[in-house]
Design a protein around this ligand. Structure first.
Ligand code: ADP
Ligand code: MG
Length: 197
């Protein structure tokens, strides 16, 4: 389990920021882990702000909701740059579904961290083709801490790090539920992709 490097440093004369990335496939517990860390920061009486891309309204317009139904209030935003203004005065900034943001999100997170904010970013590291997803590789590059979480392969029960798409759509952004995506291990993902070629 990830141990927070430091909690409750609000009273330090000089605040220090950093970036944490939580990545993995669908159903791997990224959002759960994000909510867990943010709730702990709230317990430490830190000022917390959570953002998600406006495109992701699967469960709720404003809440960030995990597949396990845990939830936390968030602010939907269209562009990563919107965070610069909205995050002022925060100790901790959380971002869910970071893969859907534009490339500017990396620079924005670096800027926030440079200004003393703890930034926790959760997102899919690979798309449904098994390719690195949007800004996630760059975010991992600039982060101090990277945590990769895993789901359970619904085919064989092994550790899963791929999001296999059952649907026929070729859209990259297909907001998913259990009927269109499933968590799969490398082997079962490759088997499934063979059937699609
Ligand atoms: P993510 O944000 O990575 O998509 P969530 O935090 O929303 O994941 O959900 C994780 C929860 O999803 C788990 O605690 C579990 O209840 C549920 N779940 C459903 N399918 C699976 C699976 N194949 N492997 C692991 N957890 C699953
Ligand atoms: Mg999630």
């Amino acid at each position: 389990m990830f141990i927070e490097p430091r909690v409750g440093n609000r009273h330090q004369a000089q605040k220090r920021g950093w970036i944490e990335v939580i990545c993995g496939s669908m159903f791997s517990g990224k959002t759960e882990e994000l909510i867990r860390r943010l709730n702990r920061a709230k317990i430490a009486r830190q000022r917390v702000e959570i953002f998600k891309p406006a495109v992701d309204t699967r469960y709720h317009e404003e809440d960030v909701v995990s597949h396990n139904a845990t939830a936390i209030r968030s602010t939907p935003i269209q562009f990563a740059n919107d965070m610069l203004l909205l995050a002022s005065g925060c100790d901790v900034v959380g971002v869910d579904e970071a893969q859907f943001f534009d490339e500017a999100i990396t620079e924005v997170c670096v800027h926030l961290a440079n200004n003393g904010i703890r930034v926790i970013v959760a997102g899919l590291d690979m798309d449904y083709l098994g390719k690195p997803f949007g800004p996630m590789p760059a975010l991992m590059g600039v982060a101090e801490y990277v945590t990769k979480v895993h789901a359970v392969c619904v085919q064989c029960g092994d550790i899963a790090s791929y999001s296999f798409r059952n649907a026929v759509s070729q859209e990259k952004v297909l907001l998913g539920e259990t009927d269109s995506y499933e968590a799969r291990c490398r082997h079962c993902f490759m088997e499934g992709m063979k059937g699609k070629l």
